[in-house]
Design a binder for this molecule. Structure first.
Ligand code: RB5
Length: 147
């Protein structure tokens, strides 16, 4: 299952990504927003991330205007490693090296064509593990030390 979420700034991009994923046969859960009407991104990030974490091994895609606010909110949820990307290399390596479980993008930053390429490489790249596991564990340890 791929969990999708967006505010109004990322709404159109989320819709394009949803269509792209459905065409490829992915199962998608759209956690909103469902219109271009102004809405706050933090609660949508939280709700999407909580659903994703309850479904072990699943991945998420979040969009806002820049991709930044919604990624900041997502990263406050323990267990989430959200990466805001607008280039192919980052979208690939955040899976390989960071085991990112959420890809964030800005609807006012990237077009739908590029975004779908970023989604494809993100979803089709596996975490490398090895020395990167230790580093990801260190991120988790920071989270745990914060209570
Ligand atoms: C909403 O106008 C905008 O601030 C939001 O979508 C996002 O870009 C925040 O980081």
């Amino acid at each position: 299952m791929i969990y999708l979420g967006a505010d109004h700034g990322g709404f159109e991009l989320k819709e394009a990504i949803k269509q792209h994923l459905l065409e490829q046969g992915y199962e998608v859960e759209d956690c909103g927003t469902h219109s271009a009407e102004s809405v706050d991104y933090a609660p949508i990030a939280q709700a999407t991330c909580e659903k994703l974490l309850a479904d072990k091994g699943s991945l998420g895609i979040l969009c806002c205007g820049t991709g930044i606010g919604i990624s900041m909110a997502a990263n406050k949820v323990h267990g989430i490693r959200a990466a805001c990307c607008s280039d192919y290399f980052s979208a690939k390596y955040t899976r390989l090296h960071n085991d990112a479980n959420v890809l964030c993008m800005g609807g006012r930053v990237v077009g739908a064509g590029l975004a779908c390429e970023l989604v494809d490489v993100f979803l089709n790249t596996e975490f490398e593990g090895g020395r990167h596991q230790r580093r990801v564990d260190q991120i988790t340890a920071i989270e745990q030390s914060q209570g």
